[in-house]
Design a protein around this ligand. Structure first.
Ligand code: B12
Length: 227
């Protein structure tokens, strides 16, 4: 145990009016033997930093339920640094959406990343087929044979193994056409497939009439564009 009680500032930055949690925490910390200074609602980062200095606290606690915790915490940290208090620990509580992001969005991002990487690999195989057509006049059958025609087949295969089930890759080709199918190593084992060659689409239409010039002026903001 330290020889003197820990002093903590519990602060409510910004316009957030939820003060129940901050008060609950302040009381719990006091009951645990700490000295607590509570700022009350609607404090600016500068006022919080000044209170931290005037009250010579050991920790700054921020309570934020408004969703602005990242911005407000940065600003409080900047204001503390400006007063030479950059090494003061900051603890943040309240509604912290970042935690939800970690648990809910991140796994989905990682799954999308696997599908993206697998799609890029499929395009690499697609390009190999197109190059073979140019050099030999036909498309290749089988993953091994196709990879052998590339510059660094083993490296590509090792990279693909991280997000693609290599046992499920089907590469089928003849002189005229080819197809590639594979399963991504994600929860749903997403099936990706492509048939080649994809015909090049050339637009041959013409613009019927020139488009009207859009104009913008400060008094016309929000008004429909005149034809
Ligand atoms: C009660 C409440 C209100 C009351 C607040 C009364 C008051 N004086 O506090 C009233 C009705 C006024 C209100 C208004 C609004 N609210 Co309100 N409110 C709530 C509610 C239901 C509970 C909050 C609460 O008091 N919980 C009980 C306390 C004990 O828990 P707590 O605050 O989370 O604190 C705990 C921890 O977070 C942590 N903690 C908190 N601070 C700190 C600090 C430190 C240092 C540490 C270590 C820990 C810590 O420890 C505490 C104890 O466990 C929440 C939903 C929810 N379930 O959280 C929405 C919620 C916070 N409100 C919300 C909203 C949107 C609003 C309004 C904007 C609604 C509106 N359109 O008018 C207004 C804004 C008012 C304002 N000026 O800020 C949203 C916020 C969304 C966001 N951030 O993304 C929430 C999450 C509801 C929701 N799901 O949408 N609200």
């Amino acid at each position: 145990m330290p020889d003197k009680p820990i002093r903590i500032l519990v602060a409510k930055p910004g316009l957030d009016g939820h003060d129940v949690g901050a008060k609950v925490v302040a009381l719990a910390l006091r009951d645990a033997g700490m000295e607590v200074v509570y700022t009350g609602l609607h404090q600016t980062p500068e006022r919080i930093a000044r209170a931290a200095q005037d009250e010579a606290v050991d920790v700054v606690g921020l309570s934020v339920l408004s969703g602005a915790h990242v911005v407000l915490t940065r600003r409080v940290a900047d204001a503390l640094r400006e007063r030479g208090l950059g090494s003061l620990p900051i603890v943040v509580g309240g509604v912290i959406a970042g935690a939800n992001w970690q648990f809910r969005v991140k796994p989905q991002l990682e799954a999308s990343r696997k599908i993206y990487d697998a799609t890029m690999d499929m395009w690499t195989l697609y390009d190999l087929q197109m190059r073979n057509k140019e050099s030999t006049g036909g498309y290749i059958n089988g993953l091994g044979a196709l990879l052998a025609t590339g510059e660094d087949g083993p490296a590509l295969k090792a990279r693909m193994a991280e997000h693609v089930d290599l046992n499920t890759i089907a590469v089928v080709g003849d002189d005229e056409k080819f197809k590639i199918e594979l399963n991504v190593r994600d929860k749903d084992r997403t099936l990706l497939k492509i048939k080649g060659p994809i015909a090049r689409y050339v637009w041959t239409g013409t613009v019927a009439a020139p488009l009207p010039e859009a104009s913008m002026s400060s008094d016309g903001m929000g008004a429909p564009i005149r034809r």
